[in-house]
Design a protein around this ligand. Sequence first.
Ligand SMILES: *Cc1c(COP(=O)(O)O)cnc(C)c1O
Length: 380
Amino acid sequence: MVIDFNKPLVTGNEIKNVTEAIASGILSGDGPFSQKCHQWFKNELGFKKCFLTPSCTAALEIAALVLNIGPGDEVIMPSYTFVSTANAFVLRGAKVVFVDIRPDTMNIDESLIEFAITENTRAIVVVHYAGVACDMETVMDLATKYNLPVVEDAAQGMMSTYKGRPLGGIGHIGTFSFHETKNYTSAGEGGLLIINDDSLIERSEIIRQKGTNRTKFFKGLVDKYSWVDIGSSYLLSEIQAAYLFGQLEVATEVNAERLAIWERYNNLLMNTDSFKSGRIQLASIPLGCQHNGHLFQVKVKNVDERDELIRHLKDAGISAPFHYVPLHTSLAGKEHGVFSGVDRYTSTESERLLRLPLWYGLSVVEQEYVTDSIEKFFKG
Ligand SMILES: *Cc1c(COP(=O)(O)O)cnc(C)c1O
């Protein structure tokens, strides 16, 4: 049996929408399908203002621009994340201040953020790893106390909630990814910028529209459009929006199916000797966090055992990679960042973790094969 780590979501609605978009003759951004997507996010997730972007990376870049991040500024974030979380702010000249993670969720340890805040801190960036929410209540309280904006990197968190509130809609700014490895995709690449703070909406629109007031022009609020601020090309193609809308139409069903797959892995593994004897450890989801089945993580003793297990699974035809070499240990991370306090969990916990195949359509038989193969590794 061969089991891929990821298979991009295909729902069957994409081609019909893409064909319609081509026939309409509108291919550039913010056309009818983009509007449908924006409306969907408004109705289903309650985002009052959001914009499709070419990637989550681009959405994070707009966040850094609209927050006026510049040289000498410090931005707080976890080290256990994708490079884009840091790059967006480093591109503006900021120094990244890495904060340790919690071993249960692999999310930023909210109790350590305050210690990292200095007079140069300009933003707190949280990452909802595996679509499991950070402790947003504590984070938002700190943000209020120190008057700092919060950016939620919810790249993995679409359809997840924290105390009933959709991720991406809690901080001042949120971002989603529609890369093919995420739960929903706009044909391989794409993202969403969510602006929850009214005072940031107008400038975000301008930055996204290449620094022009084109959006105001289309709304009939100015009689010509011109260059008014810095900006770049941050719209998603209408063809990609059409593709994405085909997935949004069935997002609730897809989410339920992913959660069922996640639960099945969890039940299967909890019944193994490997789990009962403590040789593998599974994620624990904090109360109030409803996740979206984005990824299934397994932790083992240490990096050597993890790499052996990955090889064992590969020999069995199963692709089960690890990810995120902590940014503070990487070449660019050392140059542009500093770790605040002690790296108690980031390095050790990331070295123990591997991810199991998880995609819409993964069968029970395939899941049982994966969990049996893990059990065989510890028995053999
Ligand atoms: C996938 C991911 C990104 C980058 O998303 P792109 O759409 O590929 O730019 C950023 N942050 C996190 C946490 C991610 O998982």
